[in-house]
Design a protein around this ligand. Structure first.
Ligand SMILES: NC(=O)c1ccc[n+]([C@@H]2O[C@H](COP(=O)([O-])OP(=O)(O)OC[C@H]3O[C@@H](n4cnc5c(N)ncnc54)[C@H](OP(=O)(O)O)[C@@H]3O)[C@@H](O)[C@H]2O)c1
Length: 353
């Protein structure tokens, strides 16, 4: 990212300096100028494809969509994309655009690769929002030609928030994004992906690599963001219930207080502030037990990270996706979570808020 270093400012965290790019240093007019000769083709209209293409369109970039007929196509028409004008079948959009935003589902990216590959002619840019396809290339079969740019802009939040925050703030703030360059054929890949990251609505942009993005993302969702949190909520709820606490009491002390009171405080003021502003009884207990939990959890998170790094996790994801019964089995697993007493109580308690 040497070519864009002059646009960055640094923050020091311990002994580490991190580069941060602010929209102030690359206003939207400048971003539009950098990409003034480009047609951006967004393939896919899931949460990311929808949010990124609409934000780019609202910011004045030349965007077209590439979708198959069906749900996404119909959703795009609802959002005023016009067939034959800026809405096309996938291969047609890939042919017409010189920046291809590859935002199909990760499984869809693998399936459609043979169809997209021929349109990646000299000088085009292939854009991802996840390192999956490129990092696990042996598993995905996504092997890029050498004469194109390959970049990543991964918003640090779900697509729904990317659009919601952009609309709420009148285009001022979306969700912040990490960028990376895998292949810099043009010599301008970093500047171009930075312009795209601001174009999709970010106001601050961080640096990453395809590997660092995918390893941290896959570990995060398996651990603290989703897997671990479901396990922690359920384990505590079950212990309270086994000791004769009522369902509502067990839910309140496990989930309700966390989501309604404490986590928003951590979000707004930090963990230390939350600890500082609770009772001494809570403080003493929480600090002491936090060390014990860290000792138990760290080896499990390390095991998970290793499994991500060695490709074991993605191998399982890809194998599952190609199983014809995957959707049906998944539905069964999700219903199991829904039927757990804790989440049934959740429905009742949410009604009482
Ligand atoms: N979800 C997030 O918030 C998030 C956050 C950061 C990064 N990302 C990354 O962004 C990318 C897109 O993710 P997403 O969550 O927005 O989308 P998604 O829900 O995973 O994918 C949905 C889109 O892919 C299309 N699709 C799937 N298989 C296809 C196939 N075989 N042929 C044609 N179209 C196909 C769907 O079309 P149909 O409607 O026609 O089925 C739909 O438009 C992924 O690489 C993901 O890892 C996602």
């Amino acid at each position: 990212m040497k070519s864009i270093k002059s646009l960055a400012y640094q923050v020091k965290i311990g002994n580490i300096y991190e580069n941060i790019y602010s929209k102030k240093n690359m206003p939207m007019q400048k971003c539009r100028n950098i990409l003034k000769n480009d047609v951006i083709g967004t393939l896919g209209y899931g949460p990311q494809g929808r949010a990124q293409s609409l934000n780019l369109r609202d910011n004045g970039f030349n965007v077209i969509l590439g979708l198959r007929k069906g749900n996404s196509w119909n959703a795009a028409i609802q959002d005023k994309w016009e067939p034959g004008h800026n809405l096309f079948e996938i291969s047609n959009a890939a042919k017409k655009s010189n920046i291809i935003q590859y935002l199909l589902s990760d499984a869809g990216q693998i399936e459609l690769w043979p169809e997209i590959n021929p349109y990646l002619t000299t000088g085009k840019t292939l854009y991802f929002s996840h390192g999956f396809g490129i990092v696990y290339t042996k598993q995905t079969g996504i092997i890029v030609p050498p004469n194109i740019d390959v970049v990543l802009a991964a918003p640090k939040g779900p697509g729904i928030k990317l659009r919601e925050k952009f609309v709420e703030s009148n285009g001022k703030h979306g969700v912040n994004t990490s960028i990376a360059v895998h292949q810099n054929w043009s010599g301008r890949a970093a500047k171009r992906v930075l312009a795209l990251a601001f174009g999709i609505g970010s106001h601050h942009v961080f640096e990453t690599t395809f590997k660092r993005e995918v390893y941290s993302d896959l570990t995060g969702e398996r651990c603290v963001l989703m897997g671990l949190i479901q396990a922690a909520f359920k384990a505590q709820y079950d212990v309270l219930r086994a000791n004769n606490h009522s369902p509502i009491e067990a839910f309140n002390e496990t989930v309700e207080e966390a989501l309604q009171s404490l986590y928003p405080i951590i979000n707004q003021q930090g963990m230390d502030w939350m600890f500082r502003n609770c009772s001494t009884t809570a403080q003493r207990g929480a600090i002491d037990w936090s060390h014990k939990f860290e000792k138990v959890l760290k080896p499990v998170i390390e095991e998970c990270y290793k499994s991500v790094k060695t490709g074991k996790e993605t191998k399982r994801v890809i194998a599952n996706n190609s199983n014809k019964n995957y959707r049906k089995n998944l539905e069964h697993e999700l219903n199991e979570i829904d039927n757990q007493e804790i989440w049934q109580v959740g429905k009742i308690v949410r009604e009482l808020r």
